[in-house]
Design a protein around this ligand. Structure first.
Ligand code: 13P
Ligand code: SF4
Length: 303
């Protein structure tokens, strides 16, 4: 069966739009109407007026799309595709910090469950975290769940006091410095670009730090020909598309950075969920409290 042709037919029949994150397999990205980073997908999901949104990504992305656009049916091709970091913070720890500070904002990386968002004042993504935190009136910032993104933002906004949580993305957290150094030796002219979910010792190697989309824009605009790319390998497709014909080359660490959850979102599952209506995302009980920080992010990031 020609999966692409069948998906195109079903999209018309069901009035569906397919969104994909850069980390899902490239064959899945190729089926999508829109491919982007977490911020782009959240902003776009809110504006769509189709009947169904198929979110090719992990569950927090589909849940955010549902909360931002409740009238649409949102389908997640593999409902077990879940980001481990999205659960890595305890309410008791958040409450303890809230009790300690008066002038506090709880800043929640969008890679989190709706429940965790509901404890927070504002959400951020890796592409807008620095801007959003600078816009906040509070001096004290509890950043959850990602300690590495939180630490990166704290260095960009030194005038505020940061309290960090201990969550992390297992893929970026386990990036091996020796493997990065190996690449730097092999390709001495390459620019090193990294995602801020990487630990500081990896970020110390980077010429540029940014979200997936920002890294893609960087390689497209740079005069360099070679890039050591320190994030999940799925970005390669868009980097190659964005630089087609330029001869630019992209190198990833020997231990290939693959997100096993994003990898679950295969074309056959996209087809099956469109055909059968499976993987529908329900509205979380805490929808009001969880949507407020998402909306606040969209408002502050747009200033
Ligand atoms: P961005 O797409 O915002 O860079 O996020 C990366 C990520 O880990 C998504 O799960
Ligand atoms: Fe979560 Fe990391 Fe996978 Fe992104 S790459 S979904 S942060 S585990």
């Amino acid at each position: 069966m020609d999966i692409a042709a069948e998906v195109a037919r079903l999209k018309r029949e069901k009035d569906a739009v397919i969104l994909a994150h850069y980390y899902v397999p490239s064959e899945t990205q190729a089926l999508a109407d829109y491919v982007g980073d977490s911020f782009y997908l959240a902003r776009l999901a809110r504006t769509l007026d189709c009947s169904t949104i198929v979110l090719c990504g992990v569950s927090f992305m589909a849940e955010s799309a549902k909360m931002l656009n409740p009238a649409r049916t949102v389908l997640l091709p593999d409902p077990t595709a879940d980001c481990p970091m999205a659960h890595m913070v305890r309410k008791a720890d958040v409450d303890a910090v809230k009790a300690q500070y008066n002038d506090l904002a709880v800043v929640c990386y969008i890679n989190s469950t709706a429940e965790i968002k509901s404890w927070s004042d504002v959400c951020v993504t890796s592409s807008n975290a620095v801007k959003v935190v600078r816009e906040l009136p509070q001096h004290n910032i509890l950043f959850i769940p990602d300690m590495h993104l939180g630490h990166y933002v704290s260095l960009q906004v030194p005038e505020k006091n940061f309290i960090l949580n201990r969550g992390y993305c297992p893929i970026h957290h386990k990036m091996i410095l020796a493997e990065v150094e190996e690449l730097e030796t092999q390709y001495p002219n390459a620019k090193v670009i990294a995602h801020p979910e990487c630990p500081q010792e990896i970020l110390d190697e980077a010429d540029y730090i940014g979200s997936t989309k920002q890294m893609i824009d960087y390689v497209a605009e740079s005069d360099a020909q070679e890039f050591i790319v320190l994030t999940v390998e799925g970005v390669r497709r868009e980097m190659e598309l964005a630089t087609a014909g330029s001869g630019k080359r992209f190198y990833f660490t020997r231990t290939t950075p693959i997100c096993v959850n994003m990898a679950k979102v295969t074309p056959d599952k996209v087809l099956a969920c469109l055909r059968d209506g499976t993987g529908e995302v329900g509205m979380p009980d805490c929808v009001d409290a969880a949507t407020t920080p998402l909306e606040r992010m969209l408002e502050l990031a747009a200033r």
